[in-house]
Structures are given as structure tokens and as C-alpha cells.
Ligand binder design. Structure first.
Ligand SMILES: [Zn+2]
Length: 390
């Protein structure tokens, strides 16, 4: 009969941020059963970070980055290496069927959330992130899958476990020198993954297809594409620099958004004939009012993207094609008229069917996803994000 008061948490927390051969890490490994049953090593990104994953038959796992413990995982969910999963009563003195509330009692604090499905606790010396079945089964017993103890706050740093993401962890092609990116092969792998729907391109950055020609033109200090993995949600930042070697790394949203990107020069300065032709037919930026609206045009047709907020949680935009009377008013009223129109759209609560703009909102119609990307590409140099990163 095990004691209900077992608490081996200090053994876990002591090892965080230490090297593998530190006595504290060895003590943790001993508590997990001595020798790991499986060890996986992986080189991540360029500049390269070494990721090492020790899995013990007991269900304990240790993740190291460049020989520093970044995460300790207590995995309840069975794996081939640990068919029975960890026994939580050995570690926290609680039942394996613990709910989030019961975890809070043991941790002595209330959970916080990094995103909707990621509860975590701030504890002395680190963070404890809990994963439940379907990312939401935390109220019912029996749904706890794992507890990850990390140095960095969940949501502000990538999860070490994602180093093994089956979707995006093998997209980087290395050159002959391991510290070099093979730009052509990596671009091709990323493009294939986008085409397969495994990654999405962020249109606020340089389009992947434009990355090499922009770099070759020498017009940009740094040309960067950002792509989000649909599996692990990490953002791949692939960067070609004018005066340095290319880089490839994984980031959380907050980090990715803060990365610098200069203004993207007009396509006729760097694109080939086909690309310039494509741009002529593409959606183009015309004007905007910060935080309120963008006016774009495609082959002479004007569209207004007007922002609306519904609550702290809902901040979105509608896209309407200007009708005849609006075009007439725009010709005389210009920028100020569009500001008034955008305000009228906002005040009409366009998410509500009663709003005249609800039915006109092209972002509610088939093809909306592509349309958002098209408009996003047209306004890439003019968004608040573009201002912010300069
Ligand atoms: Zn991924």
C-alpha cells in the first residue's frame, strides 16, 4: 500500500535547467528507474540546437536542449516504451485519474491557461503543464494524459515534445555542412507541405515562392517566410539574410510576430516577367486607416476590409465590394468617406444577420479562406504588424 502523501516533485524540479550529468538529473533518472529504455536525438533548426529525449520504462521522460534539462514529463498515457504509463501516486501522491481541480490542490495553486486547451500551474522553480484527453477532458476523472514540468512558461516557449512533431520536424534540409540550410531543398519541402495542407503560410510575411528572388535581388536585409504547422502550431521562420547564412527555426506566435521584416519592395524590382504579370492581376493595396480599414483593388474592383470588434475575444474584419452608391460617395469623400463607412459597418454589428453588411461580407462566403490570404498578401507592407516589426 503506497503512502498517499508521497511527493517526489522536488526531485523533478531540482533537475530543471541542469546538464544531464548533474547529480540532480542523475537522481531524477534513478527515480525513473535508472537507464532510459529509449534515447532519441535530433538536431533542430539552423543555428542548430541539439534535442535529446530520454524515455524510461516507468513513464518518466527527460528532454534536454543542448545538454540542459528543459522539460520533465510524467506520462500516464501508455507508449511502446512505457506500456503502463507512470504511477502518479509515486510522484504527487494522487490518483492517476486526477482532474484539473485535484491537480490544483496538490500544486497549491489555481490553473492558468496558455491557449484554450492548455492548463498549467506556476510552481516554485518552474511550470507544470497538464494535458488531458481531447485538450478539454479535465473535469472528468481518467482523462489526464501527461504532466510536463518546464523551465519556460507554457505559451511563451515552444513545447520540447514538439521537437518530434511528425508533420514539421523533418522539413529542414541541411547542406553538406550541417550548420547550413539547403535553401532549394528546404523551400521545396515547405512548398510541398503547404500544398498538402500540413502547413499554412502567413501572408503577413514574404511568400515562400518569393523568398529566393527577393533574397537574390539584394533589396532586403532579411527576407523571411513564416509557416504554421497544423499539427503542433509551431511557427517555422525561414529567413534568407543579405549578409549572413540562412536560418530556420521554430517559434511561438509572440516571438514570431516580433521578428523584424523590412518593407517588401515592389515586385517589378525583383520578380521575373511571370511574377510581375501575376502581380498585375493580383489584389493590390490602395489605402488604409490604421486599426480601422483597408481599401484594396483587383482589376479595378474596389473592396473594403473593415475591422469590427464584438468583445475582447472577437476582433475580426468583414470584406465588402463597394457598390455603385458607395463608389460614388468614395469619389467625392475619399479617405474620410471610407472611415465613415467602416464605422457604419462596425456599428451595424456585421456578425448579426440583421446587419446589411452581414450578407455582403465576402469573408462569410465560399472561398473566404483564399480571399483572406489574397487580401493579406496585398496589405502585407501596411498592417500594424508591419509597423511594429520595423
Ligand atoms: Zn509540427
Amino acid at each position: 500500500m503506497r503512502s498517499r502523501r508521497t511527493n517526489n516533485l522536488p526531485i523533478v524540479l531540482d533537475a530543471l535547467a541542469l546538464p544531464e550529468d548533474d547529480p540532480a538529473t542523475r537522481r531524477l533518472a534513478d527515480a525513473f528507474g535508472g537507464q532510459p529504455a529509449a534515447v532519441t536525438e535530433r538536431r533542430v533548426g539552423v543555428p542548430t540546437r541539439r534535442s535529446r529525449h530520454l524515455q524510461f520504462a516507468s513513464g518518466g521522460e527527460i528532454w534536454l536542449h543542448d545538454d540542459t534539462v528543459v522539460a520533465v514529463v510524467l506520462r500516464l498515457e501508455p507508449t511502446p516504451v512505457a506500456p503502463r504509463g507512470i504511477d502518479l501516486s509515486d510522484w504527487l501522491g494522487i490518483d492517476d485519474r486526477a482532474t484539473l481541480e485535484q491537480l490544483g490542490t496538490v500544486m497549491g495553486t489555481r490553473p492558468r491557461f496558455a491557449g484554450f486547451g492548455t492548463p498549467y500551474f506556476t510552481i516554485d522553480g518552474g511550470f507544470a503543464r497538464a494535458t488531458f484527453r481531447d485538450d478539454r477532458g479535465w473535469k472528468e476523472p481518467g482523462n489526464l494524459l501527461s504532466l510536463a514540468f518546464t523551465v519556460e512558461q507554457p505559451g511563451l516557449a515552444i513545447r520540447p515534445e514538439d521537437d518530434d512533431c511528425p508533420t514539421c520536424s523533418d522539413l529542414l534540409a541541411r547542406g553538406d555542412d550541417d550548420e547550413q540550410v539547403d535553401v532549394d531543398a528546404t523551400t521545396a519541402a515547405l512548398a510541398d507541405a503547404v500544398a498538402a495542407g500540413l502547413l499554412t503560410e502567413d501572408t503577413h510575411w514574404v511568400r515562400l515562392a518569393d523568398l529566393r528572388p527577393l533574397h537574390a535581388s539584394g533589396l532586403m536585409e532579411r527576407a523571411e517566410s513564416q509557416l504554421t504547422c497544423t499539427t503542433c502550431r509551431r511557427i517555422i521562420c525561414f529567413t534568407l539574410l543579405r549578409n549572413a547564412s540562412p536560418t530556420f527555426g521554430f517559434h511561438v506566435l509572440d516571438d514570431a510576430r516580433r521578428r523584424p521584416l523590412g518593407e517588401i519592395p515592389p515586385v517589378d524590382q525583383w520578380g521575373d516577367a511571370a511574377r510581375i504579370e501575376q502581380e498585375r492581376d493580383a489584389m493590390q493595396y490602395v489605402d488604409h486607416e490604421p486599426a480601422a480599414w483597408f481599401l484594396v483593388q483587383q482589376r479595378g474592383v474596389l473592396h473594403l476590409q473593415a475591422r469590427y470588434t464584438r468583445s475582447a475575444m472577437v476582433d475580426d474584419s468583414v470584406l465588402v465590394r463597394l457598390d455603385e452608391s458607395e463608389l460614388t460617395a468614395y469619389r467625392t469623400g475619399g479617405h474620410d468617406y471610407l472611415s465613415a463607412l467602416a464605422r457604419a459597418i462596425h456599428d451595424s454589428a456585421p456578425y448579426d444577420e440583421a446587419s446589411a453588411y452581414h450578407a455582403r461580407n465576402l469573408y462569410r462566403q465560399p472561398g473566404a479562406k483564399e480571399l483572406r490570404a489574397t487580401v493579406g498578401a496585398a496589405i502585407v507592407n501596411h498592417t500594424w504588424l508591419a509597423q511594429q516589426r520595423r
